[in-house]
Ligand binder design. Sequence first.
Ligand SMILES: [Fe+2]
Length: 134
Amino acid sequence: MKEVFLIEWKNEYSVNNEEIDKQHKRLFELINDFFNSFQLGQAEDSLSETIIETINYTKYHFEYEEKILKECRYPEYNIHFKEHVDFKAKIYVFHEKFENGDFEVAYDLMLFLRDWLIKHVMLEDQKYKNHIKT
Ligand SMILES: [Fe+2]
């Protein structure tokens, strides 16, 4: 079956840091995998695995990004950090609902991930672009 790509990486999303770009690309990939699993009507347990993998990778990526931003004394660190905290709180709520049997929530989670990630990478992450050392 032809893969349907929900989101596509664009060069303009680059933050001039190879590792962070790589991680952002991986996040895009995970969300697309999530979308494909959903489209294919995969069983709840495999969808659950995809959700957990996406959440774990997001956490790993945020920690990495926060470390870099701290190291370079990014002036808007606190604002950026708060965005990450709020995002994590939201995905935990989605995930809990899913684990409690609300499988319909997977679709809302997917759209939330897609919209938040694109907005965050395009706007918030672009702001630190000139502050970080590559
Ligand atoms: Fe970020």
